[in-house]
Ligand binder design. Structure first.
Ligand code: SAH
Length: 228
């Protein structure tokens, strides 16, 4: 069974976007995964197709209405749907490779993209949405976040990446940042490729890469070393 993504959004034209190209795009064409977009506005009931309203308690901006979103979710993902329901949200659990791997092993995902100030809290609770953040910064909408999440997931689906091994050696997969890479030319602006990499000694190369990965992680992301 292929990975099935449903994205609820006010901007369906943003999809597949970057995911229609390169590895993800080819995998979409060959049916390794599928992508459905749902226009949230289609579930508004008034003449103006209103999806948002002013925040209760006052303040700036607008809030997406629970009733409109609930109809969109229920139509897209009935209670029997085994797929997790995600809400892209800066308040969510930060997305990590571990969750990406879990999602890639599952049936797919239903992804709600917020806009404005966000969505009515009662919708999050009533539909038990899993809030997912892609980092500590504020986007203008959940769509780029959904594209990021799906990109990370799709590349892990079987048959998407040519060289399966390259996925396993990547940053985070072993709890470390990845070692630096080099390729031809042998010398670039006076900088040679580190000698060990051209030595042909695979044990030495592996030890060097491991040491580099550890040093980089200690210098840049010491938090990863204590994350386990
Ligand atoms: N007022 C909110 C931000 C709303 S940004 C707050 O301060 O928390 C509008 C929408 O963009 C959000 O509903 C969410 O869907 C999306 N978004 C913004 N930043 C995000 C992030 N870091 N990760 C995931 N989604 C994000």
């Amino acid at each position: 069974m292929s990975f099935s993504a449903s994205v609820l959004t006010l901007y369906p034209e943003m999809f597949p976007g970057a995911l229609g190209m390169s590895l993800a795009g080819r995998a979409l064409e060959t049916g390794i995964w599928s992508l459905e977009t749902v226009q949230i506005r289609d579930f508004a009931t008034d003449r103006h197709r209103t999806v948002d309203d002013t925040p209760a308690g006052g303040g700036a901006g607008m809030v997406m209405r629970a009733d409109v979103l609930a109809r969109a979710i229920d139509r897209t993902s009935p209670p029997s749907d085994p797929r997790p329901r995600l809400l892209m949200s800066p308040r969510g659990r930060p997305l990590k490779q571990e969750r990406v791997r879990e999602l890639a092993a599952g049936p797919g995902a239903v992804i709600l993209c917020g806009r404005f100030e966000g969505v009515d809290q009662r919708l999050i609770e009533a539909r038990q949405l899993e809030e997912v953040s892609i980092g500590d910064y504020i986007l203008s909408g959940g769509e780029p976040a959904a594209l990021v999440l799906l990109d990370a997931v799709v590349r892990l689906l079987p048959g998407v990446m040519g060289n399966e091994l390259s996925g396993e050696e990547e940053s985070f997969e072993g709890g470390l940042l990845e070692h630096p890479h080099y390729t031809r030319p042998q010398e670039f602006e006076g900088r040679p490729i580190p000698e060990v990499l051209t030595s042909g000694n695979h044990a030495r190369i592996a030890a060097w890469r491991r040491a580099q990965a550890e040093r980089l992680t200690r210098d840049r992301r010491p938090d990863l070393l204590h994350d386990e």
